[in-house]
Write a protein that binds this ligand. Structure first.
Ligand code: NAG
Length: 548
């Protein structure tokens, strides 16, 4: 739509005026990519094979040049290879595809793909008589006649585009070509990489969280990892002199997280929002894939909800969730369509062994982004009545089933933006309060609903430098609800406040005692140094919130 507006405006306006408009719209596209919004993923139809791939380039200033080849023949992967940042150029990957059963004897299918300046076959002995064919952008294709049945598992059946030097593809049978397309782009963020799927689409592995045989279960909360398209820039890194001051945000964030995953071996990871640093993620898919790949590789189930920054890049919440839902080990869900937000859902952690009973229930809710009524309530949005009603109904409907569990069943909740009650400085707490609590100005009553339904702990993210748990009492003054912060883990998000070290919160659940212990692990920069564990505390004992 943006492009049509530009074009119409240009046809009406004088040429000099026109180019100003073009530049203005191009600049805007960096933030919100219309092409990506209209078509999140290329349609990966089952039963299709790719018979040709090419890269087309067009001018954004010359209004006659088009980036779309004949749609009867070519399917366009809807991602501008310049990510909308090219002042004068756009470029797209196009593929030809055919239904497998419609392939003729003379049709060829792509069995290998490479990127580089030189013909990959030069210096090699004539392998299968297949020659590498050149395409624009440094692309080389090896095509083979379909009659070679042996090519079935090698045949490329879907093509996608990812960006950045650290691009990875966690989808089953997908692989990212190791070198970026040869386009004259500046900066590694814009390195466009082809990702391909080989063979028939495989169903993603399912993540089923379950209490271990020893009755224990560990949850790792990743709060505000702020990943970018590309390796990103560190904000307020602490310590700053680590690695001779060279700081790639996502490299450092992911290294830290990987190390903790390997040491702590969590059974479930909750990503509590702001996984994607929208402003520096013109391709949100590339950012999401980075965290997903680490979890898929380690076979750890994960549940994601969104923060205020996730959808400030190329993809709205609904389309991000559509993508995340299809990834291996993801147990994330968009939730019911008729209530506000995307990602209001329940995760049931099953009892140990082969039990079908739930031992632990996690309620995850979308806390949205900015206030819809800035005049009356400054700052951030709040949980809506229909979400709170959904939560209460859900809790009621699950009550009977949960009572069937042989031990004490427990309920926890995760959100992104803190609740207004986090502001209460008089509450007992463990951990640091470093910055103003940016809870919404309007209190829609979620804390009361949590207490009413017996949820013993809620944890949020959002305020990176706050990392305390405070205890909210019930009406008779008894411990009722622990309200925790995860503590910001990502170097692409702000730190500061007197030298905040990135950290990650863990919850260790012991079903034998209906006990929950929480602690944090801190990034000190030096790989050799222990990632210190601090603020160990038991927050739940015998299934009830425990006082200090
Ligand atoms: C407060 O919590 C205590 C301990 O769990 C419980 O016995 C009591 O009934 C609660 N009071 C109210 C008013 O909910």
């Amino acid at each position: 739509m943006t492009r049509r507006i530009v074009r119409t405006a240009c046809q009406l306006a004088a040429l000099t005026f026109c180019s100003i408009i073009v530049v203005y719209f191009l600049d805007n596209r960096f933030r919100v990519l219309p092409s990506a919004i209209h078509n999140v993923m290329p349609a990966h139809h089952p039963g299709l094979v790719i018979t040709d791939i090419t890269v087309t380039r067009c001018s954004s200033v010359n209004l006659i040049s088009s980036c779309k080849l004949d749609p009867e023949i070519w399917h366009r992967v809807e991602k501008d290879l310049f990510l909308g940042s090219g002042w004068v150029s756009s470029a797209y990957v196009h593929v030809q595809r055919k239904k497998e059963e419609e392939l003729l004897a003379e049709d060829k299918v792509i069995v290998d793909i490479k990127v580089g300046r030189l013909d990959p076959s030069s210096g090699q002995k004539g392998e299968e008589n297949a020659r590498w064919e050149s395409r624009p952008g440094g692309l080389w294709l090896k095509r083979s006649a379909k009659r070679h049945a042996s090519d079935d598992s090698r045949a490329i059946t879907a093509v996608d585009v990812l960006f950045g030097a650290d691009a990875v593809d966690p989808r089953p049978a997908w692989e990212t070509v190791d070198r970026p397309l040869l386009l004259d782009v500046k900066g590694e963020i814009h390195e466009a990489r082809i990702s391909v799927r080989r063979g028939k689409p495989a169903a993603p592995a399912k993540g089923v969280p379950r209490i271990r045989d020893n009755g224990k279960f560990k949850i790792m909360q990743l709060a505000d990892i702020h990943l970018s398209t590309g390796t990103g820039n560190c904000r307020d890194p602490e310590p700053a002199d680590f690695d001779s001051g060279m700081c790639e945000a996502d490299t450092r964030t992911l290294d830290f997280i990987a190390r903790l995953m390997d040491e702590e071996k969590p059974d479930l990871v909750v990503l509590s929002g702001d996984q994607v640093n929208g402003e520096t993620a013109p391709d949100a898919q590339s950012a999401i894939f980075k965290y997903a790949e680490m979890l898929v590789k380690r076979k750890i189930p994960y549940a994601s909800i969104f923060g205020n920054h996730d959808d400030e890049g190329s993809l709205p919440r609904a389309q991000q969730m559509e993508l995340i839902e299809t990834l291996p080990y993801s147990i994330s869900s968009a939730g019911p369509e008729d209530i506000d937000g995307v990602g209001n859902y329940v995760v049931e952690v099953l009892a140990s062994g082969a039990s079908k009973h739930s031992a632990l229930t996690l309620y995850l809710l979308d806390t949205h982004a900015y206030s819809p009524d800035e005049h009356a309530y400054k700052g951030y949005d709040w949980l809506k009545k229909n979400q709170i009603d959904w939560f209460k109904q859900k809790a009621d409907s699950l009550k009977k089933a949960h009572e069937g569990y042989t031990h004490i069943h427990m309920d926890l909740a995760f959100i992104h933006i803190p609740l207004p009650e986090y502001r209460d400085e008089s509450l007992p707490r463990v951990g640091k309060w470093r910055e103003g609590v940016t809870a919404p100005g309007f209190n829609s009553g979620f804390r009361d609903a949590l207490v009413e339904k017996g949820v013993v702990m809620v944890s949020c993210g959002h305020d990176h430098a706050n990392e305390y748990c405070s205890l909210s009492p019930n009406e008779s003054g008894n411990p009722a609800l622990w309200m925790c912060y995860g503590g910001g883990a990502g170097f692409g998000g702000y730190g500061g406040y007197g030298g905040y070290h990135r950290r990650v919160r863990f919850f260790e659940v012991d079903m034998n005692e209906a006990r929950i212990t929480t602690y944090k692990r801190i990034e000190h920069g030096t790989a050799a140094q222990l990632a210190e564990r601090i603020d160990d505390q038991i927050i739940v004992e015998g299934g009830k919130a425990k006082g200090l």
